[in-house]
Design a protein around this ligand. Structure first.
Ligand code: NAD
Length: 259
């Protein structure tokens, strides 16, 4: 049960983060949702409130900016007294082969995919430690297990979150704070459509053709819906998942095939 718990979900105006926020709202959590664009996160909060009657506070925050990240947890503290569940999700890094990426691309990706996770975890922990209860759930990618061509930044920088999860799970166990990562495969979102457009351009194929080829590679024959990732996160956030920590949990329709 996550009923009454305070959950922070980042990068939540659309796509996977939005799917997670919707499931947590349906299950009765009180929410702070954040994303870069002020008007889209406010609209998302209104829509989620209207659909589930949940308490939802929107925060416009760019995860690559330390001050912005600080304001996300401050909003949870000011509105709900703290944070119980942190669902860390980010915007996608730039696609591209190693030779196409600049030093600036690498700097940005480290801020987006690693430092923002460190910052928001630091800000959230005092509340969880005080309550001797907490859930840190990092939405990462199947690229932790199966690097994908053309996703160099994701393949390299996201691996650091596996180290973060394994390290924090041990250090935070005495406080009853459970730490896990979700390694999703392809999910139907604007991000995937963007990747398909990029690939279609490079290969001179149509976007629909590329999307169909991607789905054919997945044993279940389709991409996930964002709410399916949300169902896993809601389980990990609940008391039912009381013995799961330090795990990297795949949800990919059978795509990764790594033990
Ligand atoms: P999306 O593009 O549909 O949504 C991204 C969200 O992130 C939006 O709410 C956007 O406003 C927000 N955002 C972007 N940059 C931000 C920033 N700097 N600060 C704060 N918010 C920011 O993407 P998605 O498909 O939902 O993907 C979410 C994450 O999961 C991404 O990191 C993506 O790379 C990863 N991922 C996606 C898939 C997939 O198949 N969709 C698979 C594996 C990993």
């Amino acid at each position: 049960m996550v009923k009454g718990r305070v959950a922070v979900v980042t990068a939540a105006s659309r796509g996977i983060g939005r799917g997670v926020a919707e499931v947590l709202a349906r299950e009765g959590a009180r929410l702070v949702i954040a994303s870069r664009d002020g008007s889209s996160i406010s609209k998302a909060a209104q829509e989620i409130k209207a659909k589930y009657g949940a308490e939802v506070v929107p925060v416009a925050a760019d995860l690559t900016n330390r001050g912005d990240v600080r304001r996300i947890v401050e909003a949870a503290a000011n509105n709900f007294g703290g944070v119980d569940i942190l669902v860390y999700n980010t915007g996608p890094p730039k696609p591209g082969a190693f030779l196409e990426l600049s030093d600036e691309d690498w700097d940005y990706a480290v801020r987006l995919l690693l430092l923002s996770a460190v910052w928001i975890t630091k800000d959230s922990l005092p509340y969880m430690i005080k309550n001797k209860w907490g859930r840190l759930i990092y939405i990462t990618s199947m690229t932790l297990k199966r690097p994908l061509p053309n996703l160099t930044l994701s393949n390299v920088v996201r691996l650091s979150l596996a180290g973060l999860v394994k390290t924090l799970a041990v250090q935070l166990a005495p406080y009853n704070i459970l730490v896990n990562a979700v390694l999703q495969g392809y999910v139907e979102t604007e991000r995937v459509r963007g990747l398909a457009e990029d690939q279609a351009r490079r290969e001179g194929r149509s976007v629909e053709e590329v999307l169909r080829a991607m789905a054919r590679e997945i044993p279940l024959g389709r991409m996930a819906r964002p709410e399916e990732i949300g169902e896993l996160v809601a389980f990990l956030a609940s008391d039912k998942a009381s013995y799961i920590t330090g795990s990297l949990i795949g949800i990919d329709g059978g795509f990764t095939q790594c033990i």
